[in-house]
Every structure is written in structure tokens, then in C-alpha cells.
Design a protein around this ligand. Structure first.
Ligand SMILES: *[C@@H]1O[C@H](CO)[C@@H](O)[C@H](O)[C@H]1NC(C)=O
Ligand SMILES: *[C@@H]1O[C@H](CO)[C@@H](O)[C@H](O)[C@H]1NC(C)=O
Length: 253
């Protein structure tokens, strides 16, 4: 009887001791936990800089923070930038030398966004922001979309039967653009359009069309970027009566 009582006393004491020990430490563990947030997508313009956003939910920088930015590519993961508070290490990944900057002013408010400079089409893809402290780790991903637009020009190629041949050109689009010709009379044009991609993955378009004699007024070549929902165009003015020599003289002057 005595020994049973003693055992009960002892076990309730250890429960009390456990609770007394755990509460403050549980608090410590909870205060170290955090989430990391980003935007699902961001759009970068070729040749410009883009901020890949990442924010720590607590609005502070965790102790001994380790920050990694990685790009997730189908079969592997590529280091974009790494930071370690303890050693002060702040280095871009091998393929990102001179192209990434951590804006450390924001660290004190938990802003661990990364600036990627001089965006290229090859940069499009999924980036992961991984934040670690001694006790905790969290990550968030963002998809970088890349866009580029360029100026458009129309050239007069010369007379063609009862009409005239025009060419529309533009170089430096991303993603692949849509090109169409617009005439005032809504003539049913049959352009021949060719799209090519260069080694930097930028698209160029060339479109030839024959404009028939009865067409007058403005003729436009319109090129659209589906990602930015913007367009660029070039307009040429055809003279009233379609007498080729005068027409060409005006056109080429
Ligand atoms: C975080 O820092 C980036 C880069 O300076 C900035 O563009 C962004 O607005 C900041 N985000 C917040 C929520 O302040
Ligand atoms: C357009 O015309 C030019 C000049 O005749 C020619 O070199 C080019 O190949 C043509 N392009 C297409 C897409 O037909």
C-alpha cells in the first residue's frame, strides 16, 4: 500500500515536472516556427530586372537564418543564390554570377526577395525560396514568366501584278507572337508568315503580303504578345487611285 502510494506520487510528480519543463520550451519551439510566402507568378521583361518575391510570415529574420534560392528544372535543382547569416556568405549560384542581388535591407522585416538582373527567356521557370533556422525550415515557390516585345516595320518590296508586295518584320519577341495584317476594306489577305527563334530563344517574324489595287488608306501590320496582352504595329498609307507609278513614288518618298 505504501509503495503503491509512493509510486503514484512519483508518477504524478514526473507529469508535473514534464509539464513544467515543456511549457516554456514549447513556447520557444513555437516562436521559432514560421511560414514563407511568395506570389504564384511574376512576369519579367527581357533585358530588365525582376524581383522574385519571398516573405517570412513572422515579419522578422529568424536566428542563424540560412536562405537558399533554387530553380527547379524537370530533372534537377539549380542553385540561384545562397545566404548564411552565421558566416555572412552571400553568393550567387554558378550560372548566376553577377545576376542576382539579395536586398538585405528587407531582412529585418522578413523580406527575403531576390533581384534577378537582365532577364532572359531561358530564365523562365519555377523558383523556390527556402528559409532555415536552427529549429525550423519552410519554403515557397514562384513561377517566373518572361516576355519581350519589339518594334515593327513595314517595307515595300515592289509591284506585284495588279498590286504591291509589302513585308512586315520584327525581331525580339517572347513568347512566340501573333502577327496579322489589317486593311480598311477588310480585304481577304493571304500573307506568308515565317517565325524563327534565335539562340537566345527570342522570336522574329517576317510576313509578306500582296495588296491588291483597289485597297486604299491605312494598312497595318499588328504583332501581339499574348502574355503581356499588348501589341505593336506599323502603319503604311496607300494613295487613293491605284496608279502604280505615282503610287510607288509616294510610297517610297
Ligand atoms: C520586398 O523587397 C523587394 C525588393 O526590394 C520589394 O520590391 C518588395 O516590395 C518588398 N516586399 C514587401 C512586402 O515589402
Ligand atoms: C518575303 O519577301 C522577301 C523578298 O522577296 C523574301 O526574301 C522572303 O523570303 C519572303 N518571306 C516570306 C515569308 O515569304
Amino acid at each position: 500500500m505504501f509503495s503503491l502510494n509512493f509510486l503514484l506520487f512519483q508518477s504524478s510528480l514526473s507529469v508535473i515536472l514534464f509539464v513544467v519543463w515543456t511549457l516554456p520550451h514549447l513556447g520557444l519551439l513555437l516562436s521559432e516556427s514560421f511560414e514563407v510566402r511568395s506570389f504564384p507568378t511574376v512576369t519579367g521583361i527581357v533585358g530588365q530586372d525582376v524581383v522574385l518575391p519571398c516573405q517570412i510570415s513572422t515579419g522578422t529574420q529568424p536566428n542563424n537564418m540560412e536562405l537558399q534560392w533554387k530553380k527547379i528544372i524537370q530533372t534537377h535543382v539549380e542553385t540561384v543564390h545562397e545566404y548564411r547569416a552565421q558566416t555572412g556568405q552571400d553568393v550567387p549560384g554558378q550560372k548566376y554570377q553577377g545576376r542576382t542581388v539579395l536586398l538585405k535591407d528587407g531582412f529585418t522585416s522578413g523580406n527575403v526577395s531576390l533581384k534577378l538582373m537582365n532577364v532572359r527567356p531561358a530564365d523562365r521557370g519555377t523558383y523556390s525560396c527556402i528559409v532555415k533556422s536552427n529549429e525550423w525550415s519552410a519554403d515557397a515557390a514562384t513561377e517566373l514568366k518572361v516576355a519581350a516585345v519589339a518594334s515593327v516595320s513595314i517595307d515595300v518590296l515592289g509591284p506585284q501584278g495588279q498590286g504591291i508586295d509589302l513585308a512586315c518584320r520584327s525581331t525580339g519577341w517572347f513568347p512566340s507572337p501573333e502577327l496579322h495584317w489589317v486593311t480598311k476594306n477588310g480585304q481577304n489577305l493571304q500573307p506568308v508568315t515565317k517565325t524563327e527563334q534565335d539562340h537566345e530563344l527570342l522570336f522574329s517574324v517576317l510576313s509578306n503580303v500582296t495588296i491588291l489595287g483597289e485597297e486604299t488608306g491605312e494598312i497595318s501590320c499588328v504583332i501581339q504578345n499574348s502574355l503581356l496582352k499588348t501589341e505593336q504595329k506599323s502603319v503604311i498609307l496607300l494613295s487613293g487611285e491605284f496608279c502604280l507609278p505615282t503610287y510607288l513614288k509616294r510610297m517610297l518618298s
